[in-house]
Write a protein that binds this ligand. Structure first.
Ligand code: AMP
Ligand code: MN
Length: 329
């Protein structure tokens, strides 16, 4: 796909991502925004996203994000990044429906491509990596490089998860040549937590419960506790990774309450479980090792339903391994 060719003649271009935008979502939307502004100065380019967390305010263009979507004029091109169209914020949907051309750029294996043009590459570490591949490299400057870099580090856990490829590292190397302060960026957007965020993390770990012979773990935050610590969803990013990092765990579940008997569920795993399949069953999606969904019911109902699917996958892997062993004997 050639972004500029697809936007040729467009005077109004919109960009959006998914609800509760994470680093890759904000980074890739603002990278594309900066790029189009540079290459198509005559066009109006607008990013529609829920307000990104404070840590992302350092990205150029973050202050131009519109979270209200009160515009009623149709857009010539409407980009949906890092998401399927159904997962964009509600107020942007009417603008999406009116758009003359819709383009989807994503790396979620669960995305089946619903736009006029869909560029879905499940092997890519992040949507930001895809944006890097699609742009003319001469347009890169420190601001654009930084926006892409943020997207990549957040989806790869700073080049740590299995979605990091040699190409991801090459791109990272090219980006830091533009001279932005990457150690500060990594510290301040990825590792640093406020005191309250750290206390919540501690509480989640303390209250976690292991099950299935200690191979799975779950922890849940209800609204009362979130209010007590004055945390919102953006403060909880990364918590699930601490559960997954516990020795012996193949699958970690972190849930927080979003309404009465409603939870946002984050799933992380190793090679034992494909959590994108588990999440997809409950109407969510994601990647093999990191996925999410929204569920209704009591905490126990949700965990019971999730664990049925996790158990099924673990058992079939176990019997496949045993079959291999017997075959070798
Ligand atoms: P999270 O657990 O929210 O950090 O999400 C892990 C991965 O799954 C990310 O790539 C998300 O974009 C994706 N994801 C989370 N929730 C959903 C959902 N409801 N539908 C589709 N993908 C999701
Ligand atoms: Mn992503």
């Amino acid at each position: 796909m050639n972004i500029l060719q697809e936007c040729q003649g467009a005077s109004r271009i919109a960009i959006t991502g998914h609800v509760r935008p994470d680093g890759d979502c904000v980074g890739s939307c603002l990278a594309l925004y900066q790029y189009l502004q540079k290459k198509m100065p005559q066009a109006r380019v607008q990013v529609y996203l829920e307000r990104p967390g404070e840590i992302y305010q350092c990205i150029k263009g973050c202050d131009k994000i519109d979270s209200q979507c009160e515009d009623t004029d149709p857009y010539d091109v409407f980009f949906v990044l890092d998401s399927v169209p159904e997962r964009m914020m509600e107020p942007a949907k009417k603008l999406y429906d009116m758009a003359r051309k819709t383009i989807n750029i994503d790396h979620h294996i669960s995305n089946e491509g619903a736009c006029d043009i869909s560029w879905v590459v499940p092997d890519a570490s992040s949507t930001a990596e895809l944006i890097y591949e699609l742009i003319d490299k001469e347009a890169l400057d420190a601001d654009l490089a930084m926006a892409i870099y943020i997207g990549i580090i957040h989806d790869t856990g700073v080049f740590q998860y299995s979605n990091t490829s040699p190409r991801t590292m090459e791109i990272g190397a090219n980006l830091i040549r533009y001279g932005f302060d990457f150690p500060k960026l990594i510290l301040e957007t990825f590792y640093q937590r406020t005191y309250l965020q750290s206390q919540v993390l501690g509480r989640v770990l303390l209250e976690s419960i292991r099950f299935m012979d200690g191979t799975c773990i779950v922890s849940c935050l209800d609204r009362k506790i979130m209010d007590f610590y004055e945390v919102e969803h953006g403060d909880l990013d990364g918590i699930v990774n601490h559960l997954r990092n516990i020795k012996g765990i193949h699958c970690a579940i972190f849930m927080y309450q979003t309404g009465v008997l409603e939870y946002k569920v984050s799933l992380r795993s190793d090679e034992w479980v494909d959590v994108s399949r588990v999440a997809a069953f409950f109407g969510g999606g994601g990647h093999m090792r990191a996925a999410g969904c929204n569920m209704k019911g009591t905490f126990h109902d949700c965990v019971n339903n999730l664990s049925l699917h996790i158990k099924e996958q673990m058992e079939s892997r176990l019997s496949a391994l045993e079959g291999e062993k017997t075959g070798q004997e």
